[in-house]
Write a protein that binds this ligand. Structure first.
Ligand SMILES: NC(=O)c1ccc[n+]([C@@H]2O[C@H](COP(=O)([O-])OP(=O)(O)OC[C@H]3O[C@@H](n4cnc5c(N)ncnc54)[C@H](OP(=O)(O)O)[C@@H]3O)[C@@H](O)[C@H]2O)c1
Length: 243
């Protein structure tokens, strides 16, 4: 299958790229990012990976659109995450999170994907589904992410042949540095006693969304708990297949 990974240099996007290079089901990867995608061990991208560099996730040249043609699925990870919102005015945060999602989707759809075309959109745990229910913390941001989810859920009605899925992970933990590994371990300990802070390891999350993109969506919204289960099962299957 041909998979587009949008936001391929991000925290989650880079792990998705690392994993999909090892999946036999994925034969073509379009890594869409604002800078060239290099594989983590520093080797050049293999022939199945095409690094497509764009200046802005809201603008797609004819060359970029041509790379999208015939795609089976897209995993869209692009967003300004809550911790980074302080660096931008809200209009820009909304543009990146919402307008660019629609612009990217339209460019892929207009390029002529296969049918069904699976579009998996990254949201976050705790995002309200009702825009009139504004949360007390980061209310405007949360409502904007809610409205983006609703926009994505509406796409199949307007664009025939499209299937959508919303992933709602909790805090993404990872072990790419010592400090991050410590935080990841802390979450593991806390999680042994309570699920009060929903979280997921970057590898589990990436495995889960790749599994959904390859096998198809069985529901429109996938919760953090479901992503953890699916991701762990997919990673276990991969490890067993290698032995
Ligand atoms: N990290 C978490 O703990 C967490 C938890 C729950 C949900 N999520 C969701 O999961 C998705 C991926 O998160 P992540 O942690 O991988 O995020 P990330 O690394 O901060 O960013 C994801 C992508 O968005 C792009 N991006 C960020 N700010 C941008 C801006 N101002 N203009 C244009 N592009 C921008 C980044 O491009 P560059 O690589 O070029 O910077 C990157 O490719 C997001 O939707 C996020 O809300 C994350």
């Amino acid at each position: 299958m041909k998979l587009i990974v949008a936001g391929a240099t991000g925290l989650v996007g880079s792990e998705i790229i690392r994993q999909c290079l090892q999946m036999s089901e994925i034969t073509q990867i379009i890594a869409l990012a604002r800078k060239p995608v290099l594989i983590e061990d520093g080797t050049d991208p293999t022939s199945e990976l095409t690094s497509v560099v764009i200046r802005d996730y809201g603008e797609y040249s004819d060359d970029t659109r041509a790379e999208f043609a015939g795609a089976d699925a897209c995993i869209w990870t692009v967003a300004v995450t809550p911790f980074r919102t302080g660096s931008f005015d809200f209009a820009e945060v909304k543009r990146v999170c919402q307008d660019c999602t629609l612009a990217g989707f339209k460019a892929m759809y207009e390029a002529g994907p296969t049918r069904p075309f699976r579009f998996l959109y990254f949201s976050a745990d705790g995002t309200p589904r009702d825009p009139s229910k504004k949360p007390a913390i980061m209310g405007d941001y949360q409502v904007m992410r809610c409205e983006t989810e609703l926009m994505v859920l509406h796409l199949p009605a307007e664009y025939p042949g499209v299937e959508v899925c919303i992933a709602q992970p909790g805090v993404v933990v990872n072990s790419t540095s010592v400090s991050r590994a410590v935080v990841a371990s802390l979450f593991r300990v806390v999680n042994t006693f309570t699920r009060s802070i929903p979280n997921i390891h970057r590898a589990e999350l990436s495995a889960a969304v790749l599994d959904l993109a390859v096998k198809g969506f069985d529901k429109e919204t996938v919760t953090n708990t479901e992503l953890v289960c699916r991701g762990q099962a997919a990673l276990k299957y991969t490890a067993e297949s290698k032995n």
